[in-house]
Design a protein around this ligand. Structure first.
Ligand SMILES: [Zn+2]
Length: 259
């Protein structure tokens, strides 16, 4: 018995980054392009979104593009084509922002928080540690407060592992950011799937236990890679990553789905 009926993988754009952003101190000579993913779950308790991509409006406004990206060294800026836009992808599935009842956020980096502002009716589930971190004033420039520091949002802060419903569990995977969290879901036909978000951008982060380039705690980041590997092995689960450029070409993308 599971209450998650379908999983849609949403390809929300691409980032162009030094490889060392994905693999700590490895690949300094290479620039790579990685996808930005988000995930939509069709559940017995409504539509649940895991992450929200980034806000293409910030890329198309020259002043915001400069303030949020280019002037802070995020150059070149990410690429979001019209068919990557979250609203358009939801429409192809037959829903809109207003139909999303719950948004689970892996963490608050800007390539995950872009469309929070378009879902004021939703409940937003975030790790308490992530919220405490952005409240501390220590968050670097790739956190965009204009994405998430908004009045009237219905936040639910969680600590550690949290089962939200049958077949949908949040697991704490800190290290890439202080409150990073991942999802373990159970689908009727596909079986278990782990959505590891940014624990590692690339499969090689997991197969070879290579740390991510961006970390707030090295020991936690390694422990989270090992935890994901253990959960995948224990459940014989499929592993989906948010930023793997090879994986994204091999898996089904919305409006197709896993059931
Ligand atoms: Zn991140």
């Amino acid at each position: 018995m599971t209450s998650v009926k379908r999983l849609f993988v949403l390809l929300c754009g691409f980032e162009i980054i030094p490889k060392t952003v994905s693999t700590h101190q490895i690949g300094a000579r290479f620039i790579i392009s990685v996808p930005i993913s988000a995930y939509l779950l069709d559940t017995d308790s409504g539509w649940v979104l895991f992450d929200t991509g980034l806000d293409e409006a910030n890329l198309r406004d020259p002043a915001k593009l400069d303030a949020l990206y280019l002037s802070t060294g995020w150059d070149p800026q990410p690429v979001v084509k019209p068919h990557h836009e979250l609203e358009r992808q939801l429409a192809e599935i037959g829903i809109g922002f207003a139909d999303i009842s719950t948004v689970i956020l892996s963490h608050l980096h800007a390539d995950h928080t872009g469309h929070i502002k378009h879902m004021p009716q939703a409940k937003f589930i975030l790790a308490q540690r992530e919220w405490d971190f952005v409240r501390s004033g220590e968050a670097p420039s790739y956190f965009f407060p204009s994405d998430y520091d908004l009045p009237g949002l219905n936040w639910q802060f969680v600590s550690g592992d949290t089962q939200l419903m049958d077949g949908l569990t949040i697991i704490a995977t800190p290290g890439h950011s202080p409150g990073h969290q991942s999802l373990v879901i159970q689908l009727p036909r596909t079986g278990p799937v782990v959505l590891a978000a940014d624990v590692g951008d690339l499969m090689i982060n997991f197969t070879d236990e290579i740390l991510p380039g961006g970390m707030t705690d090295q020991a936690e980041a390694l422990a989270s890679i090992r935890r994901i590997n253990a959960v995948v092995a224990e459940h014989q689960a499929m592993l989906f990553l948010t930023h793997d450029p090879e994986l994204i070409q091999q898996i089904k993308l919305a409006p197709d789905y896993y059931d």
